[in-house]
Design a protein around this ligand. Structure first.
Ligand code: DAK
Length: 258
């Protein structure tokens, strides 16, 4: 599939998905979602980390495309919402870490996209918020729920009700972003984090993601059972034997993802 609204670039084991509609500050319309869906599906086993960012120098993603939403019916809104949910869920389902490099405005659907990633880093010029109530709607791509789970009910409600646009430093303060870095260092920072992850056993990283994703919404007892299963299953892998043998032999591990 040829892409008009995104770019997917491979740099060794790291893929970079750039939402690239700078004229509309990378706003997410249906076509963009379909391209993102295709790009995520196209990732092969040799991709071991995905960085998501925005094209141009102003925005990560300035939201869902308001021009496309202005006249849609409730039924179409449900469909559009389901499409966004599907794409962001498929980021969570990927067995590799996903990193949002928030390089500018991350508003509405843009913040929801970042929230669909495992790790969020922001440039000093990033501005984040959920302005949906100013438009007479609420976030429709999982933002109400993911934000609440990340920063707690109270802060989530504050952002949802006020539509405040917060800067990167404040976003870090409330636990919405992990680190704030100078704009020209953001991609380097995200690649360096990915590189640290890539040194580790890929099956173990995938299990760690899986047990956190599936366990976070369960009671502790069930979640811990999930962890036990994930832990046990890794003992059937070559990577476990390699990782432990390498430690004992005082050499770096050569993981194969098997
Ligand atoms: N959609 C469409 N176009 C957008 C856009 C957006 N979200 N954001 C910016 N643009 C376009 C502008 O219309 C403008 O286009 P032209 O006039 O040049 O043709 C161009 O990008 C440049 O924007 P500005 O001229 O406004 O640039 P400024 O630097 O002055 O301002 C800004 C930047 C980010 C502060 C401003 O553009 C802005 O406030 N943008 C809208 C931000 C926003 O409200 N985002 C939230 C969108 S609502 C649901 C599903 C999803 C959602 C809700 C419900 N269901 C299905 C139930 C989610 C909703 C949202 O995300």
């Amino acid at each position: 599939m040829a892409y008009e609204n995104i770019r997917l670039e491979k740099d060794g084991p790291i893929a970079v998905l750039t939402v690239d509609r700078p004229k509309a500050l990378n706003a997410l319309n249906s076509a963009t979602f379909h391209e993102m869906d295709d790009a995520i599906r196209s990732l092969k086993d040799d991709t071991r980390a995905l960085i998501v960012t925005g094209g141009g120098d102003k925005a990560f993603v300035a939201g869902a495309d308001i021009a496309e939403m202005v006249t849609i019916t409730a039924a179409q809104a449900r469909e559009f919402s389901a499409l966004g949910h599907h794409v962001f869920q498929s980021l969570e389902n990927l067995p590799i870490p996903t990193i949002a490099a928030v390089n500018g405005f991350a508003l509405g659907g843009g913040l929801e996209l970042a929230l669909g990633c495992d790790l969020i880093y922001a440039s000093e010029k990033a501005k984040l918020g959920l302005p949906e109530v100013t438009l007479g709607v609420i976030p429709g791509f999982g933002g109400t729920q993911r934000l609440t789970r990340l920063v707690g009910r109270s802060r989530a409600k504050e952002l949802l009700f006020t539509a405040d646009r917060i800067d990167a430093a404040r976003a870090k303060e409330i636990g919405l972003v992990l680190d704030v870095v100078p704009a020209d260092k953001l991609m380097e920072h995200c690649r360096a984090v990915a590189a640290r992850i890539l040194k580790n056993g890929p099956l173990a990283v995938a299990q760690a993601k899986r047990v956190v994703e599936y366990g976070a919404d369960q009671d502790l007892r069930s979640a811990n059972e999930l962890e036990r299963q994930g832990f046990a299953v890794l003992f059937g892998s070559e990577d476990q034997r390699e990782g432990m043998a390498a430690f004992l032999a005082k050499r770096p591990a050569a993981f194969q993802g098997k």
